[in-house]
Design a protein around this ligand. Structure first.
Ligand SMILES: Nc1ncnc2c1ncn2[C@@H]1O[C@H](COP(=O)(O)OP(=O)(O)OP(=O)(O)O)[C@@H](O)[C@H]1O
Length: 585
């Protein structure tokens, strides 16, 4: 009698009449496909379709990697529903069950119902069902009891969510089913949430496993869940192009014109460039890691640096770990300094980072922290405004890095308080930045010598911009961060930038390019778009900076060196001859 009612309901639904149970539109669409496209008959109770052993082996081999990635997700989901008689199926893109978790006590019953390894749940074979309808619609579905087309399956309740690969192709389905269930369909709402969350985590794990050489940007609308259970993620290559993503990221970033995301620059969809990624790494407070989608929506971002292959041995051409690798181009002074920093990152050695304003001392301190032991906090103290009271507040702080910005500005009382704090908290690693000669201050007694020696475990000196060999690389990088996508530079403007003295260093360079990009009329910054230098160029180079160092940094381009020194070209030539300098061979 029930069977007859089911057949009648399908018949009348396909004739456009209202159904008794207010079926979901996707169920009726699927019924229609079953009858009109696959030529199925609802009156025939077809048993489950099981593929042969050999076919199952082939399906499992094809999905081997997915099965391995999904297994721990499936196991943890199975634990969550333990004792509630749910069975979990992982089906491949053809609808064949390639992995299975169920209660062995019901094995025979499950096998008979098709809730078992090797059962084929493709819609054109099994009719309307969780796996099949999910594969056709690409959406999570619950096919509850008489939603099923085939009479043999109407006792079941199946909730299924799609799993997409990193290129956005539907690759598998995660299904959670019951042999017997309460009659309201809403009883499966929790199952729907669980299976969706598990599918999202499997996609995330798959993205992490397959894009180890790329940046991964994880996204979440909640700062609390950003690091533990993010909602979406994209993988980016070194130039910031999207090379992989989870389905939630596809939905979140989908362009209005329906165009593709893979292969496009991330800056087209999020107000962000690849150079901003180090700022979104662990170590910075989650609340500071807000990013904006192009439509104005705000999200929290967590960037994970590419995992470089490890090169054994010290001192060889070892790769720098993620956070440190993005700090310089081809720069002979900085490269060894960053390798040294990488080795020190794992230790508790106190560090003094020296350099003029804007040379990147804080940026380096954060990168060292990120490359250090996990689960440690990064505390930042602005020393100019620090009092003994502010220092006292760190007595209870979480273990980690204590970054002392501008430590030379610490007043005498605060210096004493810092000494006391470091005495009592061996688990706070001081990393101080300093713009002046702190060693001399300690010698002259204007800075407490015992504090100096406590802070200067090792000293890392960042070169000023005018002495950097990778200025062209930094200019390109600052251009990408200028806030205007795809901005270029005219040769004249580039030559001018390469010749400037840059007393404000990288900060000044970034500011100049931001202004220039904003005022430029087209997509190319030209000479008149550049704001004038803040200070007039110095007449002489600083005494500790030789003429040779400036020439080296400019690749022995006399005109460039003359501009950086604020003298004319013939003066440079004269000084070169007088000093007996010759260009490197
Ligand atoms: N290696 C780098 N490559 C590109 N940009 C950098 C680099 N280091 C720093 N920057 C950028 O330069 C600016 C100044 O950096 P930072 O605040 O780290 O400098 P600082 O030396 O600590 O400055 P100050 O001494 O004035 O506090 C920031 O906008 C930062 O993003």
């Amino acid at each position: 009698m029930r069977d007859l009612a089911h057949v009648r309901e399908i018949d009348s639904a396909l004739r456009g009449q209202p159904t008794a149970d207010l079926r979901d539109a996707l169920v009726i669409d699927s019924w229609r496909r079953c009858v009109e496209t696959y030529g199925m008959d609802p009156a025939r109770a077809e048993a489950a379709h099981i593929v042969t052993e050999a076919e199952l082996r082939r399906h499992r081999e094809q999905s081997e990697r997915l099965i391995a990635t999904a297994r721990s997700g499936l196991r943890s989901l199975f634990r969550q529903v333990a004792g509630q008689n749910y069975v979990l199926l992982l089906a491949d893109a053809e609808g064949v069950c390639v992995d299975f978790f169920g209660d062995p006590r019901f094995e025979d019953e499950l096998r008979e119902a098709g809730l078992y390894l090797g059962s084929d749940w493709s819609e054109d074979l099994a009719g309307t069902c969780g796996v099949g309808s999910c594969l056709v619609t690409g959406e999570a579905v619950t096919i509850h009891q008489s939603d099923h087309f085939g009479l043999a399956h109407t006792p079941l309740s199946c909730t299924a969510a799609p799993i997409y690969d990193t290129q956005g192709q539907l690759t598998a389905v995660l299904d959670i089913s019951l042999l017997r269930s309460p009659s309201p369909k809403s009883s499966q709402n929790l199952a729907m949430n669980l299976v969706r969350a598990s599918a999202r985590r499997v996609e995330m794990a798959n993205l992490m496993a397959t894009t180890r050489r790329d940046w991964v940007l994880r996204l979440s609308s909640s700062p609390e869940f950003l690091e533990v259970d993010p909602e979406a993620a994209v993988a980016l290559d070194g130039s910031g192009r999207i090379v992989g993503l989870t389905h939630a990221a596809q939905t979140l970033l989908a362009p209005e014109d329906g165009g593709p995301l893979i292969g496009t620059p991330v800056g087209r969809h999020i107000d962000l460039s690849v150079d901003d990624l180090p700022d979104l790494m662990r170590g910075r407070p989650t609340e500071d890691r807000v990013i904006r989608l192009r439509d104005g929506r705000g999200l929290f971002g967590h960037a994970i640096a590419p995992q470089k292959p490890r090169v054994p041995g010290r001192g060889g051409p070892a790769q720098l770990p993620g956070g440190l690798s993005s700090l310089c181009g081809a720069e002979p002074v900085l490269e060894p300094l960053l390798h040294r920093a990488a080795r020190l990152a794992a230790t508790p050695v106190p560090l003094l980072i020296e350099g003029e304003t804007g040379t990147g001392k804080e940026t380096l301190a954060r990168a060292i922290h990120v490359c250090g032991p996990p689960e440690r906090a990064f505390h930042r103290l602005h020393c100019a405004s620090a009092t003994p009271g502010t220092l006292q507040a760190f007595a209870e702080a979480r273990a980690g890095t204590l970054f002392l910005k501008g430590v030379e500005d610490l007043g005498p009382e605060a210096q004493g308080a810092l000494l006391a704090l470091l005495e009592s908290r061996a688990d706070l690693r001081p990393v101080a930045s300093v713009r002046t000669d702190l060693a001399r201050a300690a010698q002259e007694g204007t800075f407490r010598p015992e504090l100096f020696f406590r802070l200067a475990g090792d000293r890392l000196r960042l070169p000023p911009l005018r002495l950097r060999h990778d200025l062209a690389w930094l200019i390109d990088r600052a251009l990408r961060r200028s806030g205007v996508p795809d901005m270029g530079l005219s040769p004249a403007a580039r030559a001018e930038l390469q010749g400037r003295e840059w007393p404000g260093n990288i900060r000044e360079l970034e500011s100049v390019l931001r202004v220039a990009a904003a005022v430029a009329e087209g997509r190319v910054i030209d000479l008149p778009d550049l704001p004038a230098p803040c200070f007039a160029a110095r007449r002489e180079s600083a005494p500790d900076e030789g003429l040779e160092a400036i020439l080296d940094a400019c690749g022995w381009n006399m005109a460039q060196a003359a501009r950086r020194l604020g003298v004319n070209r013939s003066t440079v030539m004269r000084r070169v001859r007088k000093a007996g300098l010759t260009p490197p061979q």
